[in-house]
Design a protein around this ligand. Structure first.
Ligand code: LLP
Length: 424
């Protein structure tokens, strides 16, 4: 459910016509719906309401300060993976006591920052990291609360680039190593084991891999308990998928029901790190058609090739190019009739991999038309870049009948702000 709907043939974001935003802000532009963000967060949160839990929104999905503030106001904690994300979460007013810090490559400086802030826990991914954390904590004279991220070797059945819970992935520690890590940490005065963590991957559309991983985590949790290592938190990471096209991911309530069944009788607080399921369908990218190009077929071909060239490229939304991801694309002003054009929707970047869609049936479109790329609220703007020296798109947050530019469009000056020409 999201609040980007057509009324009288025009796409609206909540109570604002998308065209009106574009008239003021231009294209390409990311538009987020606060009602959708709120709804997604609440549905997720309420699904776990009857057990001790903490929802730590995964900041990497969409880290705009306004989005973080909105979710923080609803009670969200944060899952961060860098000093930068920690900085953002704190700046948006999220309490450090609800922040978990994941990631395989935390630096000493990042650890220091997180310790000083007083975060809930570090999700530690290697023995080397655990040793470093112990050292940094001792230096600061602060005890570091941690959990070990276990690699449960469960196949999440998702795109290989966003699958993380298999042995061959760089993430987490195999179970037997996790056990010895907890034992080692017991003797470290500046380390305190508080939880156990795992994350399988992203855009999972089945419940079974989550349940499988939770079973393994639970067994380990109980074993550790018997060995006298009593943990408070079980962190199952994020990963619940969303509808981009034909997918049928389980709704949060169903996902929660399956997890709660598995957790029965376990005296712990469940931590979840959803990103995509909160932000994904709460955002669209709006782009303008620049040109339509029809290449005639070669002698041996039946059909030619059509290109709809738009003003958003892979630097704005890299998911189609990087993961062959499908994003629904539709005109902001509905075109009556059939989808007659089979076309690649491509950007202005000088790369053949620069496409938003391939061989996509579209209604007839002309230069000047606006297209909405749906499900772009997660891993959209955050993965954008300045490639080809393109200023990054602005971000707009809609709230009912009002809208706010929550990040301005970058200028050419912004592009070179940190650069210097030396006198050589
Ligand atoms: N927790 C950890 C430790 C993670 O690594 C991730 C995502 C999440 C939580 C949130 O997962 P979510 O609920 O959003 O699935 N750029 C890719 C997705 C990469 C996800 C990386 N980790 C994409 O555009 O599909």
């Amino acid at each position: 459910m999201h609040h980007f709907q057509y009324h009288h043939g025009e796409l609206w974001a909540e109570k604002v016509p998308v065209r009106r935003i574009v008239e003021e802000v231009g294209t390409p532009v990311y538009i987020y719906s606060s009602a959708t963000l709120r709804r997604h967060f609440r549905v997720f949160e309420e699904a776990f309401a009857d057990i001790p839990h903490l929802v730590c929104y995964s900041v990497k999905a969409n880290s705009n300060l306004a989005v973080l503030k909105l979710l923080g106001d609803l009670g969200a904690g944060a899952d961060v993976v860098s000093g930068g994300e920690l900085f953002r979460a704190l700046k948006a007013g999220l309490p450090a006591s609800k922040i978990v810090f994941s990631g395989v490559g935390k630096t000493e400086i990042e650890m220091e920052e997180a310790l000083q802030a007083g975060i809930l826990m570090f999700n530690v991914e290697s023995l080397g990291e655990l040793e470093t954390l112990a050292r940094v904590a001792e230096r600061l004279g602060r005890v570091a609360p941690f959990s070990i991220r276990v690699n449960p070797n469960v196949d999440p059945k998702t795109h290989p680039y966003i699958s993380t819970g298999l042995r061959k992935n760089k993430f987490g520690l195999p179970e037997e190593m996790a056990r010895s890590a907890y034992q080692w940490a017991r003797k470290q005065p500046y380390l305190k084991a508080v939880g156990l963590d795992c994350h399988l991957g992203s855009q999972l559309t089945e419940i079974a891999p989550f349940v499988e991983a939770l079973k393994r985590l639970k067994a380990l949790y109980q074993d550790l308990c018997e060995e006298g290592i009593e943990l408070q938190y079980l962190d199952l990471g994020g990963g619940l998928g969303i509808v981009y096209g034909e997918e049928e991911p389980p709704p949060p309530a169903e996902y929660a029901k399956a997890l709660k069944k598995e957790l029965q009788g376990l005296p712990c607080t469940l931590i979840l790190e959803p990103g995509r399921v909160i932000a994904g369908n709460a955002g669209i990218l709006v782009t303008r058609v620049l040109y339509v190009k029809h290449n005639p077929p070669l002698a041996e071909e039946k059909a030619g090739k059509n290109f709809v060239i738009v003003d958003a490229g892979m630097n704005d939304l890299i998911r189609p190019a990087f993961y062959q991801a499908y994003h629904r694309i539709a005109p902001v002003k509905e075109v009556p009739g059939e989808e007659v054009l089979l076309a690649d929707v491509v950007g202005p970047i000088c790369e053949s991999g620069d496409f938003l869609a391939r061989e996509r049936p579209l209604p007839p479109v002309s230069p000047g038309d606006l297209l909405a790329v749906f499900s772009a609220g997660a891993y959209g703007f955050v993965m954008s870049s300045n490639y080809n020296s393109r200023p990054r798109a602005p971000e707009v947050l809609v709230d009912g009948g009002r809208f706010f530019v929550v990040r301005k469009r970058e200028t050419y000056e912004d592009l070179v702000r940190l650069e210097e020409i030396p006198e050589i």
